[in-house]
Design a protein around this ligand. Structure first.
Ligand SMILES: O=C(O)[C@H]1O[C@H](OP(=O)(O)OP(=O)(O)OC[C@H]2O[C@@H](n3ccc(=O)[nH]c3=O)[C@H](O)[C@@H]2O)[C@H](O)[C@@H](O)[C@@H]1O
Length: 424
């Protein structure tokens, strides 16, 4: 009876069988099997890698593939003569959502980018995403720091403009998580500017800085030329650093840059971490709110600016921006570098803001008035908007009373009158 070995390695017919070769055959058998298995595993790995690169992804972010590219291209499609193709970062955020819708409605192509982080309850971001998807706006899910994703995006779409609104926001959270500010507001900004620099043609770059850059500046109202070298929070410092970083990309690479200093933006679909939003939730729940007060019992005040006014300022900035001049990463001539305050020019104290909310909610707030902790806050903001008015035609039209009425109406319709529903 032929052994298994003989069956595995049948001798060549007519050849002499040598028993002394059996050991050698056995060894050869196991080596060959191992070799075949190794080959199989290598082939499997190669197949997986090539499938991943075909998808264009490979990172944990949800991007890549033919279907994904189709969605990006469709979303970027321009529907008006001379329209823009805009990449809106932070599109699932408060300002990003509103700006994206405004651009899409007038016929511009809009592609969103958002990492859906958990700084506040991402279900609000997912609902904003649904709102955008009803307008045929697609949001790419990924982080600003993903250079591969950005270069892929710029490879798929020739963006004419970038509206950069993604950031780690919030003044006081910087004490808890300082690194998140560096990650998004510094490293993420640089990764995005690199992608813009390398794009050919380079897009126009408009982005959100902050009123907080004025820091401890005491001259009011705040003008763009006032000093901004005394930030009061790490958040403010990263926004100020962002302005300087953006300037270098303008200077060296010819990117057209516009920085917008937003003043305490509020409104429907707003950010739950902001005072007007969290106060609304707590007032409705019958919980006490903490109202900060400055030194010598002076009330804090903010130049609260309604979202629709901010959106007009953003769109006007895109419309009036001159072109970038660089190509292949090299500057071909001077490109515009602009900075504007987008505020309301009428500061309101925090207790007055609470009073307006009480009237709209028809509920009296339980207030704990405490001295402002040294956590990065500034006592007062007030925008001089002359420059934005002259160069952008920016003219805010909504006062806090009217704007908060719209916010409260939205809040009640979104979270319901049953206050317990609001979980953020
Ligand atoms: O304009 C800006 O540059 C900034 O505006 C807001 O920052 P902030 O003005 O501090 O807005 P809120 O956090 O809503 O605070 C508004 C006012 O309420 C006060 N406040 C806040 C929270 C609180 O529990 N109690 C309280 O009295 C704050 O001290 C401040 O005076 C945004 O959160 C920042 O992301 C943005 O960059």
């Amino acid at each position: 009876m032929p052994s298994l070995e003989d069956e595995l390695f049948p001798s060549t017919p007519g050849k002499f069988k040598d028993r002394s070769n059996r050991k050698f055959h056995r060894c050869l058998a196991s080596t060959s099997t191992m070799f075949l298995w190794a080959l199989f595993l290598i082939a499997l790995t190669a197949l997986y890698i090539s499938f991943q690169s075909f998808l264009g992804g490979g990172d944990t972010d949800k991007w890549g593939g033919i279907q994904w590219e189709r969605q990006v291209v469709a979303s970027a499609k321009v529907h008006r003569h001379g329209g823009f193709s805009v990449l809106v970062t932070g599109a699932a955020g408060f300002v990003g959502t509103h700006v994206s819708i405004a651009l899409k409605k007038r016929g511009d192509g809009v592609v969103g980018l958002d990492n859906f982080n958990h700084y506040y309850n991402p279900s609000l971001k997912r609902d904003r995403q649904k709102l955008l998807s009803q307008q045929d706006i697609f949001i790419v899910e990924g982080d600003l720091n993903n250079g591969r994703l950005l270069s892929k995006l710029f490879g798929v779409v020739e963006f004419t403009h970038v509206m950069h609104l993604a950031a780690q926001a919030g003044v006081r959270y910087a004490l808890e998580n300082p690194r998140s500010y560096i990650h998004s507001n510094i490293a993420g900004l640089v990764t995005l500017l690199e992608a813009c620099k390398n794009a050919d043609p380079q897009p126009v770059f408009v982005w959100a800085s902050s009123s907080s850059v004025y820091g401890l500046n005491e001259k009011v109202p705040f003008s763009e030329s006032d000093r901004t070298d005394q930030p009061a929070s790490l958040y403010a410092a990263t926004k100020k650093a962002g302005e300087e970083i953006a300037h270098t990309y303008n200077h060296i690479h010819g990117l057209s840059i516009t920085g917008l200093r937003f003043f305490t933006v509020y409104g429907p679909w707003g950010r739950p971490d902001m005072a007007y939003f969290s106060f609304t939730k707590n007032i409705l729940k019958g919980k006490a709110i903490t109202v900060y007060r400055g030194k010598n019992r002076v009330d804090l005040a903010r130049d609260f600016t309604y979202i629709d006014d901010i959106v007009k300022g953003c769109v006007a900035s895109l419309d009036t921006a001159g072109k970038s001049t660089g190509s292949g990463g090299k500057k071909r001539g001077p490109a515009p570098y602009r900075t504007y305050n987008l505020g309301n020019t009428s500061p309101v104290t925090v207790p007055m803001m609470v009073g307006i909310l009480e009237r709209h909610l028809k509920v009296k707030a339980k207030k704990n008035v405490v001295e402002m902790p040294g956590n990065g806050d500034v006592p007062y903001t007030h925008a001089n908007i002359t420059l934005a008015r002259i160069e952008l035609g920016y003219k805010p039209t909504t006062d806090l009373q009217t704007g908060l009425k719209k916010f409260v109406r939205w809040y009640l319709s979104y979270y319901g009158h049953t206050q317990g529903k609001a979980s953020y």
